[in-house]
Design a protein around this ligand. Sequence first.
Ligand SMILES: [Zn+2]
Ligand SMILES: [Zn+2]
Length: 175
Amino acid sequence: MVIELKELLTTADKEQTFEAKLEQTSVMVSGVEYPIVKQSPFTLSMKNVSNRELCISADLEIVVSIPCDRCLEAVRRTLSLQIAEKLKLDGAGEIVAEEEETADYMIGSGLDVDKLIYGEILVNWPAKVLCKEDCRGICSKCGTNLNIRTCDCDQTELDPRMAVIQDIFNQFKEV
Ligand SMILES: [Zn+2]
Ligand SMILES: [Zn+2]
């Protein structure tokens, strides 16, 4: 959804609110597509401050589905997004040129809501996602989800501490 801001950009101290909604139903992060499983319309507030600054603000929550880092089970994560953008205006109804690069959600005097929110999603993207703190992951040999059942595979080499001890043993053997 693109909101036309020409009037707001050219009218000093004008304030406007919009009921906005994301059109995208998934989000691309580092080349992987994650579904947005829940979102609701939100209020986008904007203010032209003395023809010098455009303030854009919004608060919203979305729920995304991300696989657990260890067992790959889908985990629902709520992202709380707070938009608080300030763009300098040149007094003649235009955003100053040097800000056009950072504000990639502006297309001329139109504001692309999805792009604006997308930038904030990336900033808030969780670095690590686990279905639970002590997720046991999946067996690297047979693929069993070890949270659900155990398997008979030899797991010793999966433990990095064991690998170090084994290296030491092997060194002794070589001498
Ligand atoms: Zn897990
Ligand atoms: Zn196994």
